[in-house]
Design a protein around this ligand. Sequence first.
Ligand SMILES: Cc1ncc(COP(=O)(O)O)c(C=O)c1O
Length: 406
Amino acid sequence: MNHVEPFVLDNWVRKFKPLAKVTLHDTCVNPLSLDALFKFSAESQTTSVNTSTPISYGSVTGQPQLRERITEFYRSQFPAQKTAELHVAITQGTISANYLVLDTFLHPGDHVIVQYPTYQQLFSVPRRGGVDVSLWKSDPKNNWSLDPEELKRLVIKGKTKMIVINSPNNPTGASIPSTVLDEIVKIAAENDVLILADEIFRPMYHGTSPDTELPPSITAWAGTYKNIISTGSLSKGFSLPGLRIGWAVSPNSQIIDEINLARDYVTLSVSGIDQEIATFALWPDIRGKILSRSAEICAKNLALLTEFVEEWRSKGKLRWVKPVVGASAFVQVFDSTGQPVDDKEYCERMIRETGLLIIPGGYTFGNGETSRDEWDFKGYLRVGFVCEQGLFKEALRVWGEYLGRD
Ligand SMILES: Cc1ncc(COP(=O)(O)O)c(C=O)c1O
């Protein structure tokens, strides 16, 4: 058995959540109750969900109607584009989808290139499996952009088997523009490399103005290159994280078949009840209402956060690249001498003294290079801005008081 690297963010939340009175840690838009979900239907009742389906294992590859709704959801985002046929595997959240992809298509001695910073799973799982990991670093001085020339340099011919991206990105709230995605697909195609795009935050475009181009999904390239996989779930913009419904989508049916083969060993079938509710939530009319609610929560909270960060930026305490998509901002905190704080120590002291839980971003997202003594992104905090507005305002008030102390 290989050593498992601790999932630093999850450990942090497990340890400190019990002390929290207010939080800025969550990235799932204020979760819905079943009652609230059913109110989105014209009938406003639970019978909108099909309760007559027997609760058997059902289709082990996922209920056909749910898979159809997911492909339809992907297609709805590219009305002008002729997207190639898409195939879907239903999984327990994006976390299972990512795990199955990384575990199935990477082997000891292979090489993988992973966008950085990102969700720790995406580089820790391959590393544990004896895969060489190169980090493709976003540039904080240039809106967290990624340089395709650097990606070309990182590819090792014959050894690189996968490029992993996460857009919209956790933690930065940046997205990869169409021109860069195009370069990624070209580089992958030239080198026969699989692309895994964790697109869990995709439906969240609150920061884009109506005339800006929406960040495209990697599946927009399905007609050009088949070896691509998009993963996602109902956890973030859909406000249903506890359903545990996620997916892997690919234009390559063989890829989906292989994911399902691997899945047979860990999941007999995803809960049929959860799939029924997910099918309901993805009905175009319901889906539209859920996503509008999320967009409104995100836009309002982001406006409050912008005001807050700008005030403290003018006092030399905070710096950021304002997020345009996703659920979180990566905000750097400075002490009175102008140095970035020790984010781990800062967040621990804050939760113990004020009851405000924020994720130390350097400590939890900056552990990409295990050979180093220090983590990257010193002083960064990952600030989720998707909770209920009253709680969000209170959390900012507490953080403001704390910032004002020194
Ligand atoms: C980038 C990213 N991928 C995957 C996940 C896992 O989400 P879930 O399994 O709820 O879909 C998360 C959760 O925060 C995430 O931020």
